[in-house]
Design a binder for this molecule. Structure first.
Ligand code: ATP
Ligand code: MG
Length: 422
């Protein structure tokens, strides 16, 4: 396989992030060549509300990233999230076409197609079909039935759908910039790819990406994606509360929130005054200091609790709490809010940790923060897609040569062709 470049674009409510990486056979992980993050405009709750504004911000992010990587971006995987995301679990059943031989790729494609045959309104589109388990002649829990023998093949899938309007809006923005969309990926799924370990997924875990305007949730049970949803509020609500509580502008409130969240030392509880000096923040509002307790305990924590109560409700109403012993992994910028981790453990009542995107190499210093989990995940998604494509190509060659009855030499011919595949 020759070197290939992959690109991911995460259009968030707070920022647009763009990443370019090289994938090659010699390296197990994508090598990051370029990265950019630009404050977002025209996106609310993960949905495009102003195409022109979004196009201009994406253009800025793409240009910066192209300059850093020294390459032109022509195709990209793009994240989608927000309350327009819906998910359901669906089953497919087929008769194996050649039960006397083995279950083939063709059978897998047909059974997935059967599972996709759900009644869907014309305003919605399927963006993800994740197989959860295969069942061969009644035997359940099979991860990969290829090569097995059987008569009846069933699959349980998890399907994610999105609003067509939102997808077409995204397409408009990117086609105006000459970028072809290789795939839409639910942003919660993207974050999970860069943030979760295989063990966590096997045991059961919920990825909770707290963005500026939405919260994406992706739940894994027995290693498979089993529940996806997106709540219509996020960390920007904490900023709003600070602005209202202190009667200051949103801009000053955001700066204060970030300052309190990034403090190296929190004020001593026994001290008389817990005032935090704000003069260095050069706020437009006339506010020189704030009481740590007033803002953190009085404003930030109650809002965080409300956020986690909604997350708990979402998980509980789907009977997922007992099925995720690995707990909650927090991604998104909101995960960095002061006391976010403690709040999650307390309110949801499960273990919790903060995500740091993994499985990439190269220029990663700026990237390994929870708010970039999604954009990194897009690369990993693209890499998996590329791998699957390669496998399919190789299998096609195998089939052609098997049909030509050159069985003994299939391996040799296969490796010969492999060396020609770009
Ligand atoms: N260091 C930090 N401390 C506290 N909060 C932070 C920090 N960095 C970012 N945030 C908050 O995280 C939010 C942005 O998160 P993120 O970048 O994940 O959002 P997004 O992906 O653009 O939006 P969304 O996914 O909701 O569409 C903002 O509300 C911001 O204030
Ligand atoms: Mg996001």
């Amino acid at each position: 396989m020759a070197d290939k470049t992959l690109c991911g674009i995460d259009v968030g409510s707070s920022k647009v992030a763009c990443i370019v990486a090289k994938i090659s056979e010699d390296e197990p992980m994508p090598r990051v060549l370029g990265f950019s993050s630009v404050p977002s405009r025209g996106v609310k709750k993960g949905q495009i509300v102003d195409i022109q504004q979004v196009t201009s911000v994406v253009e800025q992010a793409v240009e910066q990233c192209e300059r850093m990587a020294g390459t032109k971006i022509q195709k990209a995987y793009v994240s989608v999230g927000g309350p327009h995301i819906e998910s359901l679990n669906s089953q497919g059943v087929v008769a194996v076409s050649h039960p006397e031989v083995e279950i083939s790729d063709g059978d897998l494609t047909r059974v997935i197609e059967a599972a996709k045959a759900i009644s869907l309104s014309s305003t919605r589109e399927i963006i993800e079909v994740a197989p959860r388990e295969y069942i061969v002649d009644g035997q359940s829990g099979i991860k990969n039935p290829l090569g097995m023998s059987g008569v009846r093949l069933e699959v349980n899938t998890h399907i994610v759908t999105a609003s067509v309007t939102n997808l077409r809006n995204m397409e408009r923005c990117l086609s105006d910039l000459g970028i072809e969309i290789q795939g839409y990926v639910f942003s919660g799924l993207a974050s999970s790819l860069s943030s979760l370990s295989e063990t966590e997924k096997e045991l059961g875990v919920a990825l909770v990406d707290i963005g500026g305007g939405k919260i994406d949730i992706a739940v894994y049970i027995e290693g498979a994606l089993s529940h996806s949803t997106s709540l219509s509020f996020g960390a920007r609500h904490i900023t709003n509360d600070i602005a209202v509580g202190l009667r200051i502008s949103l801009d000053s409130a955001e700066k204060i929130k970030l300052h309190l969240s990034n403090l190296k030392h929190t004020p001593d509880k026994d001290k008389k005054s817990d005032d935090i000096d704000l003069t260095r923040l050069q706020l437009a509002d006339d506010i020189k200091s704030v009481s740590y307790k007033t803002v953190v305990d009085g404003i930030i924590q109650p809002r965080l609790e409300e956020i986690y109560e909604s997350v708990f409700k979402e998980l509980d109403s789907n009977d997922l709490i007992p099925r995720i012993p690995s707990g909650i992994v927090l991604a998104g910028g909101g995960a960095l809010t002061v006391s976010a981790l403690e709040g999650a453990k307390r309110v949801v009542g499960l273990p919790a940790r903060i995500a740091h995107p993994k499985h990439i190499t190269g220029l990663i210093d700026e990237v390994t923060y929870p708010q970039f989990s999604s954009v990194v995940g897009l690369l990993l998604y693209g890499k998996d897609m590329d791998f699957e494509e390669q496998q399919l190509n190789l299998k096609d060659f195998d089939k052609i040569f098997r049909n030509l009855s050159v069985q003994g030499s299939v391996k040799k011919v296969r490796s010969l062709f492999k060396s020609f595949i770009p």
